[in-house]
Design a protein around this ligand. Structure first.
Ligand SMILES: NC(=O)c1ccc[n+]([C@@H]2O[C@H](COP(=O)([O-])OP(=O)(O)OC[C@H]3O[C@@H](n4cnc5c(N)ncnc54)[C@H](OP(=O)(O)O)[C@@H]3O)[C@@H](O)[C@H]2O)c1
Length: 298
């Protein structure tokens, strides 16, 4: 690995070049930014250097090389342990942490970075590795608004950077919430593929129709968010009772076709619980009330 011999600052440093970190570094390079990299296993950094990156010999050297320091490691403890020896170089830098973790861990690391005189942005890559570098790749950030404004253009090399607010915990909160949202949709998709597959429909043929259905679903999210804010649930999109009956058809049809019914059973149970809680004739967004009741029966 070559060291950062000349003293010219890079635009950005990337520490941790696993699956995600390597894609981040490549996206910065593709956007024309001078990029310094460090990785525990040197071969992965060498591969990036071959693509035009500057290699750093240590995490401290990587931190010193750029005003914007992006870390992407397995967990926050590793981030902290790696950066402690680099602490003296962090003053005046902005640390962007794209490691997955909990809101509490984000607050703690933000506090530590603040103590080093560094700005802090917690972040989450919401589009896997496959879209990194493309405009539709969502990256959520939270923490210092000033740091985000200063480095927004460079962060936009990764995709669509969205600043959620100044609380550093927000990015990981959204990360887990959006993960659950994606899995809710994907679980429904996988069940649907299995169901139409019992009649010989190819998954790709079904997917072409299913993706055309998604704009309707996303339009419901916008409308229902307003209903939830208002605490009023008009039945324009059908009542909880009507949807519970329709979900029962899906459960029954799936069972008849020899499928496991656990995916639609989860949704049916939610609708039944909302109905039992007095929302049977309300619109379906009222199920949020049944979720907010936590461990209570309704
Ligand atoms: N991959 C994705 O699609 C994806 C999507 C969203 C978020 N993320 C998040 O991104 C983060 C990184 O994920 P990844 O998929 O890139 O993981 P990965 O491919 O397993 O890479 C892990 C990286 O961490 C380094 N590392 C591990 N332990 C270390 C230690 N003790 N000291 C120094 N370096 C260490 C590894 O170095 P070596 O090369 O030396 O092993 C490697 O660079 C995770 O928090 C993950 O949840 C990943």
């Amino acid at each position: 690995m070559s060291s950062n011999e000349n003293q010219e600052l890079s635009e950005v440093s990337v520490i941790g070049l696993g699956q995600m970190g390597a894609r981040l570094a490549q996206a910065f390079l593709a956007a024309g930014h001078r990029t310094t990299v460090w990785n525990r296993t040197a071969a992965k950094a060498d591969a990036l250097v071959a693509q035009g990156a500057v290699g750093a010999a240590t995490p401290a050297e990587a931190v010193a090389a750029s005003r914007l320091v992006v870390v992407c490691l397995p967990d926050y403890d590793t981030v902290h342990d790696l950066l402690v020896p680099a602490g003296e170089h962090l003053a005046g830098r902005v640390l962007v942490n794209l490691t997955s973790g909990t809101p509490e861990a984000a607050r703690q690391l933000a506090g530590w970075a603040d103590g080093q005189g560094a700005g802090y942005l917690d972040g989450a890559a919401m589009s896997g590795t496959r879209l990194v570098g493309r405009a539709e790749a969502l990256f959520v950030f939270s923490g210092s608004a000033q740091a985000f404004a200063t480095h927004r253009a460079v962060l936009a090399s990764l995709g669509n950077p969205v600043h959620l607010g100044t609380d550093p915990a927000l990015a990981s909160l959204y990360d887990t919430a959006l993960f659950g949202l994606a899995w809710g949709a994907l679980a429904g998709f996988y069940h649907a593929v299995a169901l139409v597959g019992t009649e010989g429909v190819d998954p790709t043929v079904f997917a072409a129709v299913a993706t055309g259905h998604m704009p309707f679903v996303t339009s419901l999210m916008s409308d229902h968010a307003r209903q939830i804010e208002d605490g009023r649930y008009p039945d324009d999109d059908g009542t909880v009772e009507v949807h519970a009956a329709a979900m029962d058809h899906l459960v029954q049809a799936s069972g008849v076709q020899g499928l496991r019914t656990d995916v639609p059973e989860v949704v049916k149970a939610l609708l039944v619980r909302a109905g039992a809680g007095g929302h049977g004739s309300d619109g379906i967004a009222s199920v949020v009330e049944a979720i907010r009741k936590g461990g209570q029966d309704v």
